[in-house]
Design a protein around this ligand. Sequence first.
Ligand code: ADP
Ligand code: 5GP
Length: 197
Amino acid sequence: MFCSMKGKAVIITAPSGAGKTTVVKHLLSCEDLKLEFSISACTRLPREGELHGRDYYFMSIEGFKDKIEEDEFVEWEEVYRNCYYGTLKSEVRRIWTSKRNILFDVDVMGAVTLKQTLGDKAFALFIMPPSMDVLRERLENRGLDSPVVIENRINKASLEISYAGRFDETLVNDTLNETLEQAENLVRHFLENSRQP
Ligand code: ADP
Ligand code: 5GP
């Protein structure tokens, strides 16, 4: 799949609350990296300020399942119960056709599939929380999730952390400025030095 297409991709993954979105926003602000955010399909409702076609392609569970049947996804996961997220093949084609590099923000299982699928075309970076206590603190301070949701995310994090070794690099997100600088350096190095497979 996509073997005949030219293009590179960067996959950012982490347990929820570890700092993935913060890293993704920083990388998108580095215009010279020519990264374009891969807009995923998802079945949750838009949050305040989110737009269809910019943040996600929001769809019903039925619509999402139709696309699974039609083999339109590179990968998809039921990230939370009844909450499906997936990368559309059309999104990969859209970005590579425009000659830009893809930036994926996906959960850990989705990142494993993307890395397997894209191989050397992709650089996969795992963002590690400094500790479980810090992860909990960040989820609580972010103020987006209820205590039950935070508990579920913490429980899932141990399994996700056990997958860290499958990715190209791991960064412990302790001091934010250092994490952003290191992530930028790693991505820049990959984009500038990897051969076009
Ligand atoms: P994710 O996308 O992985 O769920 P976020 O990027 O939303 O995580 O980060 C979770 C919370 O932690 C946010 O409130 C963010 O501002 C904060 N955060 C991220 N990195 C750090 C850091 N190094 N130190 C302190 N707070 C951080
Ligand atoms: P949120 O609902 O907070 O935007 O995202 C929840 C989780 O779903 C995050 O871990 C995010 O990275 C993940 N996610 C977003 N898009 C995709 C996708 O296309 N595939 C997979 N597997 N996970 C995704």
